[in-house]
Design a protein around this ligand. Structure first.
Ligand code: SAH
Length: 204
């Protein structure tokens, strides 16, 4: 997976590649999808939601340029897999999940794999962020938003990076925002297709 899907497609950050090798993806997959969980695709985890394609998880983590000291906010815990990857790359991770059963699943997966030491799962609407622990050095949104939620930009530290899929149901751009010196710059890292971001500042 790391050589064929990640290195070959341009993931260069050695810390990200090491984290993707280290986190046991099969422990975050459902029993039915476990055998195919290292494939080049997203997989169902129930409730109409998915665990993202490995490349997308790596691309998003790389875009955040983490060095190990950061506090990271993730929106959309799902299985907890991406949160575990971020936990291997940063000091502290808070991940917010809107579906209570999935929040519980993420908690259980992180606990079983011993990744819950620096990763906290919160059940709630992450489209408004999680002000209790703001500001965040980096924010990763794992669901497609109609536009960039204002609360997330507010809760981002300066300097800080936000990675978020933005767009309609048919197509989204994976956007990477850099807040620096009071200004925000924006680039598109890739086209993508994530499940919709729900909630107050999502698709409702
Ligand atoms: N990062 C996950 C994949 C997440 S899929 C993994 O590695 O497994 C997107 C997730 O976002 C789904 O679990 C969905 O329930 C959740 N979600 C959608 N809208 C949300 C919101 N407003 N707040 C928090 N979570 C949300």
């Amino acid at each position: 997976m790391v050589d064929r899907q990640l290195r070959r497609r341009g993931i260069r950050d050695e810390r990200v590649l090491a984290a993707m090798l280290e986190i046991p993806r099969e422990q975050f997959a459902t029993p039915e999808t476990r055998v195919s969980c290292y494939g080049d695709w997203a997989m169902p985890i129930g409730h109409g939601q998915t665990i993202s394609q490995p490349y997308m998880t790596a691309l998003m983590a790389e875009a955040l340029e983490l060095t190990g000291d950061e506090t990271v906010l993730e929106i959309g815990a799902g299985s907890g897999y991406a949160a575990a990857v971020l936990g291997a790359l940063a000091a502290q991770v808070v991940t917010v999940e809107i579906v209570p059963t999935l929040a519980e699943l993420a908690r259980e997966n992180l606990r079983r794999t011993g990744r819950d030491g620096n990763v906290t799962v919160v059940c709630g609407d992450g489209s408004v962020g999680f002000p209790e622990m703001a500001p965040y050095d980096a924010i990763s949104v794992a669901a497609g938003a109609p536009e960039i939620p204002a609360a997330l930009l507010e809760q981002l530290r300066d300097p800080g990076r936000l990675v978020i899929p933005v767009g309609g149901y048919g197509h989204q751009d994976l956007r990477v925002l850099l807040k620096e010196g009071g200004k925000v710059s924006d680039r598109v890292a890739a086209g993508c297709l994530f499940v919709p971001l729900r909630g107050a500042d999502g698709w409702r």
